[in-house]
Design a protein around this ligand. Sequence first.
Ligand code: AMP
Ligand code: GLY
Length: 420
Amino acid sequence: MSAYYYYVTNILVVGSGGREHALGWKLSKCDGVDKVYFAPGNGGTHVNVNIPINNIDKLLKFALIHDCFTIVGPELPLELGIVNEFKKKNLKIFGPTRLATRIESSKIWSKKFMTKHNIPTAKFEIFDNYEYAMQYVQSTHHPIVIKTDGLASGKGVFICNDISKSSSVLNKMLQQKKFGNAGTKIVIEEYLHGNELSYIVLSDGDHMIPLVTSKDYKRIYDQDEGDNTGGMGSYSPANIDERIEKKLNQIMLRVIWSMKKMGRPFVGFLYAGVILHDDDPYVLEFNARMGDPECQSIMMRLNSNLYDYLNACVNKKLSIMPQLDWKQKHAVCVVLASDGYPNNYNTNETIYGLNSINDPDCFIFHAGTKKINKKFVTNGGRVLGVTGLGQNRKLAASKAYDLVNHINWKSKYNRTDIGN
Ligand code: AMP
Ligand code: GLY
């Protein structure tokens, strides 16, 4: 333990995915951190606490009793106001308040915010009426993108190449209400061509420190075919030059200052999903949290004490912190999923080959797994995030895929082009 720490803290990581495993894994190595709890965690995390992410009351009681510094992984508890409730009890918690989370939880709010503050984004229209939306899509050029206003676990976005696809999506959203409340209002936006990247910064509400760049693979099949998913793999760094990075920093600062002015200061990981269109960055979406599986690649590269930075954000002291220190290596994370994801898939299948790891440049982050009698079984759509480091992206990918080939279960599925 470092001599600087007179007081060590316990950490509570809220969530159960690969992102939460990666955050907790990194935090458990930090000076100043004692125990790391995961609520509810997964087969690869410990110590797990059996509290679901939407039970704010129970999470709060646990954090009070165990004197925890809390970090929130997924968007749902943020939208439910976990940060507001914890702050009322003077508990330290890293993440945005309910009002600040609006930047992710309502695509309409977020698009209007971007327009108002001159943040480049795709042109868009808003609808809550099926007939009007149909009239619009019949009169517009395809492809277009149709999005639910509310949260849909990354599954509420549809790229429509022709009218027949758009009308079937509009029917599902506005007629059949397949997305419930999340889809009663929708955004229809122009389709932008270009390469995507994820740009994530730490913010204390006033200042920011950027993380390294990363890229996420959203589609289920190789060559970016098929449905959108939560993310089938990631790598870091992404390929961008200084000019783009400067523009991205200007965008993020504009968001942070505008949110502060609006009385919704943003504390937490601020994530921009960016597309490079005509050589300029356009924001496709903001998230109020870390990306999954970007987090797995990013955490593998981080040298700095993550806890110090999260604490500095909560205490509004980010301006006195130095820039983060990173391994000058590339990281690639390959997500192993259950065949059928993002739709129907089997669970409870025994996973083999998890002990095959013996390399400090590799790590297997668990997501949809469960541990039963010392064995691991599948327990979700995205099951594992196998991550490798290397001197270049190709070497990092080959590290990760070597390990992927040693892991098996009956319905294992993964993309084969992550990092290509
Ligand atoms: P979102 O949740 O809004 O980031 O959308 C999920 C994914 O859909 C993005 O990562 C893109 O791959 C794709 N997408 C969303 N909006 C657009 C757009 N306007 N143009 C092209 N692709 C888009
Ligand atoms: N990987 C995309 C996300 O976390 O939203």
